[in-house]
Write a protein that binds this ligand. Structure first.
Ligand code: ADP
Ligand code: MG
Length: 693
């Protein structure tokens, strides 16, 4: 046998295929999960654990719990499949205390691994059939051979096609065995205080000795992730101290003139936000302000005043929105105001003809175009602003950090001021922790004259009546959204269900004009449908969550959300904000068949409140620890390990912030802390993945 050089720390970041050739087939399986290096494998953490450490005699097995038993195999038989019933493998088991049965469905290979007379440990959930305990599809392994699958706390991972839980566990165990000894802890002992050493934490996170050990291990990993984030924020703060922005001082009279040109009087909250922005703009340090306000609270008006102010002060300003339709809506909506003020505002998106694009690029470069409203096209390389002083990002959580940075980088005459708009309320402490030193303005009150949307919870059985309601609203000239169920982790499935619902409604509602939008359509096709809907050429729009971003159709009076329990509360609230924007009485119908107690309570929160902040807080409370579902929609950075809904992790985040401040103050580049810098790149990579979605 060829002797291999020992595994080194550098090998952690080389392909598994190369540095662990003995796992070459396993490497292909791991690659399906996006795991290509040993380091990836270390951080491919379980999403939950099965605690099979409860080892009992058969007679003492209790129903409906996960347990293990050490048993003898008395007989194994295969029952052929029959009609819709799958083939089953059944084993008769016994120990001194009694006998039991184990059943596997359609898993013929189980039979090959089991023989009469074998002594095994079985682990799984037990049900009782008559007097006899039955394990359903349990894990098992021979007695005496130490197992990572049975008789202990067992990790459960997200899988991909063709990779079983068992196989993955074995592969990860083998990688860990070789890789963990060379892992260098990026933290010094004093820095990590009571948290475990990194290698120990990783070992325990995958294969805990005891269920009780998991928390400390995951806390440690969460801390590393939070530290990576805080280091990046601290560096940004440090860099910002050296930046100078154009000071955009415009006098009070001039600002009044702009505000008066708006077609309505500002609410007090809008007014306060306008003042805060004006004060920031007048300063030499670049503004970094987050404007948060519920859907429909009128953030655009605040943005408009800022845009016009920048131009009045002699500079250019840009507004970037995440979708073409939204960008067009902003442009069309702001044009009368801006033109009235004598300001030239151009629209820019990738869908314009090349000739038109060139025209706009020239107008921007020559300074004739004073305000640019558009999509990502605004940050394309071809665009150069001679005098960009203000960058506004709408629905900011839809953009990656990189995209925001690219917009800021367009400032050639100093660092532009940045205003980020978001409809996702973020509790203040959380925002400070995850966004560093953003200042925050909040619009809490809705503009006057809105009738609150009436929200109802219905089960699926009510669909025919709901459809009849859609038809009658359409007959009255109103419009409706139908949002199809969120399918976790699979766009393709959600698209399929959107298409099916579109067909079904088409058949159920003859004469009603129905459109369909989903994320896998070409952007121009989707935009065309949205535009037709906005123009009143469609009555019902069947949609996936792509409509979540702020499209404004005041004539829409109904939104039906199917399988509502699958959505985050903030998301339901945002979706509901699509209606009730005009003078008509509006309805939000949450359709849900599932609701268990918790789901029911969550939906009741949305029904009972129209205050986005109250809803966000309730959601935080109800979801409790560890449940990150919906983070992506929440506007928070996508975190792999840490949970910002977990108070313990919030405290860790604060600690990480202090540590990061100190480290960056010593050396902004972290020159002699290479492992810390590497932590940043590792976690930054996840963030861009999340952003891309
Ligand atoms: P969002 O905060 O969701 O972006 P918008 O800025 O799109 O909200 O505003 C929603 C609607 O409310 C728009 O039609 C806008 O014209 C209107 N609006 C905004 N502010 C006021 C106000 N102070 N009074 C009356 N209507 C307003
Ligand atoms: Mg908006």
């Amino acid at each position: 046998m060829q002797s291999r050089r020992p595994f080194s720390a550098d090998d952690l970041d080389r392909p598994i295929r190369t540095v662990l050739p003995q796992l070459s087939r396993g490497a292909a399986a791991l690659a399906k999960l996006g795991v290509t290096t040993p380091r990836d494998a270390l951080w491919y953490l379980p999403f939950r654990y099965d605690d099979f450490s409860d080892l009992r005699p058969i007679a003492q097995l209790v129903p409906d719990e996960k347990q293990s038993a050490r048993v003898r195999v008395d007989a194994v038989r295969v029952e052929p499949g029959f009609g819709r019933r799958p083939q089953r493998v059944i084993a008769q088991l016994s120990d001194e205390s009694g006998s039991a049965e184990a059943v596997w469905f359609g898993r013929r290979f189980v039979e090959r691994r089991l023989d009469t007379g074998d002594e095994i440990v079985v682990s799984g959930k037990v049900t009782h059939r008559g007097w006899r305990p039955q394990f359903t599809s349990p894990e098992f392994s021979p007695v005496g051979r130490e197992s990572i699958h049975t008789g202990r706390v067992v990790p459960v991972y997200h899988l991909a096609a063709g990779v079983t839980q068992r196989r993955l566990r074995e592969l990860l165990a083998r990688v860990l065995e070789v890789a963990l000894p060379v892992v260098v802890d990026p933290l010094e002992a004093g820095e990590r205080a009571e948290l475990p050493d990194l290698a120990d934490a990783l070992q325990t996170a995958h294969f805990p000795e005891e269920a009780g050990d998991v928390t400390a291990a995951l806390d440690r990993l969460a801390f590393d992730e939070l530290l990576a984030l805080q280091l990046t924020l601290a560096q940004a703060r440090a860099a910002r101290d050296d930046l100078r922005a154009p000071a955009l001082a415009i006098d009070e009279t001039e600002r009044r003139e702009i505000v008066t040109a708006l077609p309505f009087a500002l609410t007090d909250d809008q007014e306060a936000a306008v003042e805060a922005v004006a004060a920031d703009l007048a300063g030499e340090r670049p503004m970094r302000r987050l404007l948060q306000g519920d859907v429909g609270s009128g953030k655009t008006a605040v943005a408009a005043v800022a845009l016009a102010s920048a131009v009045r002060a002699g500079w250019q300003a840009a507004l970037m929105a995440p979708t073409e339709i939204l960008a067009r809506q902003h442009h069309a909506g702001l044009l009368p105001l801006l033109e009235g003020l004598g300001v030239r505002a151009e629209f820019l998106s990738g869908s314009l003809s090349p000739a038109r694009k060139r025209e706009i690029h020239d107008a921007i470069a020559g300074g004739a175009a004073e305000i640019i409203i558009g999509t990502h096209a605004v940050i394309s390389e071809a665009v150069t602003f001679p005098r960009l002083a203000l960058a506004i990002v709408d629905e900011q959580h839809r953009f990656g950090v990189g995209q925001r940075a690219a917009l800021q980088a367009k400032g050639t005459a100093g660092e532009p001021h940045l205003l980020a708009l978001t409809a996702t309320p973020i509790p203040r402490t959380l925002a400070l922790t995850v966004y560093g030193d953003l200042s925050i303005s909040t619009i809490r009150q809705l503009p006057p004259g809105r009738t609150p949307v009436r929200t109802e919870i219905r089960d699926r059985g009510a669909m025919p009546r709901i459809e009849a309601f859609l038809a009658s609203e359409a007959a009255e000239g109103r419009q409706a959204f139908v949002v199809v169920p969120l399918v976790a982790e699979s766009d393709a499935l959600q698209v399929a269900s959107a298409e099916a619902e579109f067909e079904r409604l088409g058949a159920a509602l003859p004469g009603v004009r129905i459109g369909l939008v989903h994320g896998q359509q070409k952007a121009d096709r989707r935009d065309a449908t949205m535009t037709a809907f906005a123009a009143g050429q469609l009555d019902v729009l069947v949609a996936t969550t792509v409509i979540e971003v702020g499209i404004d159709v005041p004539n829409a009076s109904v939104i039906v959300i199917e399988d509502a329990e699958r959505f985050g509360l903030a998301q339901l609230h945002q979706l509901r904000g699509r209606v009730g924007r005009g003078a008509h009485r509006s309805f939000c119908i949450l359709v849900s068949d599932a609701p268990d107690e918790l789901a029911r309570r969550r939906l009741e929160v949305v029904r009972g409140s129209t205050d986005g902040f109250a809803i966000a807080e309730a959601d935080l409370e109800l979801r409790g620890a560890g449940n990150l579902l919906g983070t992506r929609q929440s506007g928070l950075p996508p975190l792999r390990v840490a949970s910002l809904f977990e108070p313990r992790h919030l405290r860790l985040a604060e600690r990480a912030r202090e540590l990061a401040d100190g480290l960056v103050a010593d050396d902004p580049r972290l020159g002699d802390r290479a492992e810390l810098a590497r932590l940043q790149t590792d976690f930054a990579a996840t963030e861009t993945e999340g952003d891309a979605a």
